[in-house]
Design a protein around this ligand. Structure first.
Ligand code: FES
Ligand SMILES: [Fe+2]
Length: 436
């Protein structure tokens, strides 16, 4: 127990000194969550708030590298005093903004075999000798700071949501699905699709079944590749993320986490520095185009030596609120295109089903990609998605923060900011309609 009680000022025992090494340890003091860690083997203990100020990733999942604590999500680094020293997306010469620094506790000390924290200034200069074995605080429920956009937000009633792949519902068959915290029964009859309890509408589009609980006000995502004979299509098996859809959509729009989250798949080939993205606001969402250099080992001309491995790639991101995304990746040197659709089903507060469709074109003058290529690419994208889901599980957020002051943004986060704005507009459109 703290010397003056939980949630008050004073010294709080948080961990045995022997239990704190160079792997960050999550602890609690004064009703708040922290991590304690040694920035060098045998060095003194540093203490930091539990979450990174950028996208609120838990720093307990981070690692110590070169005497700094590195966030697991986008690799921001912090020194022992909490100063942010590196933001990889800014490039080697980038200077982190002051807001990126961590608000460290007033003091941390090792005494009597324990690590003690004083979260705020206290008049007692050092930790007292405990009368018995100290009892560290249990971790507090994570107090959410401002409004977040979760999977049960009432505005989501007014949108088309993907609820199944068309092939999951056979003729004459039925299927139970979860959407917005409720169970719905789908049937495919001779006359078409039926849903119970009654909804505004149910329909099929892009190889999926979509359900609108109430009159929808979203704008459908256009997918020209679906009607283009130059493209072949492969679906990933639907996967589930144990969290809300908002932070997932944020991840699919984010080009700066690859080098840290996708370490066993596509991350090694990506450079952490990312140039600013241009954003074009469109009805129901936005478009964003970004060019970068990436390795393209799948190009047959790379294998034959006719073209270098490192190539220019232009990615066009198209987003429609609430949770529809299309990423069109054009390899400018070979003419090949890979388009990815990410369509999210907000099942429950802590569950999102993810549908990913891959569309491949080989480029002018080439035959269609063969089935083996499609199978390989689907398998790769599935492993990439599994890494994203693992990151979401660690993130453990109740929703996407909508108040921009609750996070710290850098130029590479332009699409993340546009996503937050589009969701605010989506919510506000419903409120205007209610008031009208
Ligand atoms: S670097 Fe920590 S959440 Fe992005
Ligand atoms: Fe990712």
């Amino acid at each position: 127990m703290g010397t003056t009680g939980w949630g008050a000022t004073g010294w709080f025992p948080v961990a045995r000194t022997a239990d704190v090494g160079t792997a960050p340890v999550p602890v609690a003091a004064g009703g708040r969550s922290w991590v304690v860690v040694r920035m060098r083997r045998g060095g003194e203990v540093s203490a930091f708030p539990a979450r990174c100020p950028h996208r609120l990733a838990p720093l307990a999942e981070g690692r110590v590298a070169d005497g700094r604590l590195e966030c697991p999500f986008h690799g921001w680094r912090f020194d022992g005093e909490g100063r942010c020293t590196d933001i990889p997306s800014l490039g080697a010469d980038g200077v982190p903004p002051p807001r990126a620094d961590l608000a460290v506790p007033w003091a941390v000390e090792e005494r009597h075999g324990w690590v003690w924290l004083a979260p705020d200034r206290t008049t007692t200069p050092s930790p007292p000798r405990p009368s018995g074995t100290p009892q560290p605080e249990p971790a507090p429920a994570d107090a959410s700071r401002g409004p977040v956009f979760g999977n049960l937000d009432p505005s989501l009633e007014h949108a088309w949501h993907p609820v199944a792949l068309s092939r999951e519902l056979r003729p004459g068959g039925w299927l139970q699905v979860r959407l917005l915290g409720r169970t719905w029964m789908l049937r495919r009859t001779d006359t078409g699709l039926e849903v119970d309890p009654p909804a505004y509408a149910v329909r099929e589009r892009l190889g999926m079944i979509w359900l609108a609980p109430a009159e929808p006000r979203d704008v459908p995502l256009e997918v020209p590749e679906a009607a283009d004979p130059a493209f072949v299509t492969g679906w990933l098996p639907p996967l589930r993320s144990p969290g809300p859809a908002g932070p997932l959509a944020d991840t699919f729009l984010d080009a700066t986490h690859s080098a840290f989250v996708h370490t066993t798949t596509i991350g090694a080939a990506d450079r952490p520095a990312v140039g600013p993205a241009e954003i074009t606001v469109e009805p129901g969402g936005f478009r964003s185009v970004q060019e970068q250099e990436v390795d393209n080992p799948a190009d047959p001309d790379v294998v034959s030596g006719a073209r270098p491995l490192r190539q220019r790639r232009r990615t066009t991101y198209s987003y429609r609120a609430p949770f529809q995304l299309r990423l069109r990746q054009e390899f400018l040197d070979s003419g090949a295109t890979t388009t990815l659709l990410y369509l999210l089903q907000p099942e429950d507060a802590d569950s999102t089903r993810i549908y990913v469709c891959l569309m491949l074109a080989a480029g002018p003058g080439r035959t269609l990609p063969d089935p083996r290529t499609v199978t390989d690419q689907v398998a790769l994208q599935q492993r990439v998605l599994e890494e994203d889901i693992a990151a979401q599980e660690a993130l453990a957020l109740p929703g996407l923060p909508l108040d921009r002051r609750d996070e710290v943004h850098v130029p590479a986060d332009a699409r993340g900011l546009a996503l937050r704005q589009a969701l605010c507009d989506f919510i506000a459109a419903g409120e205007r309609r209610l008031a009208a």
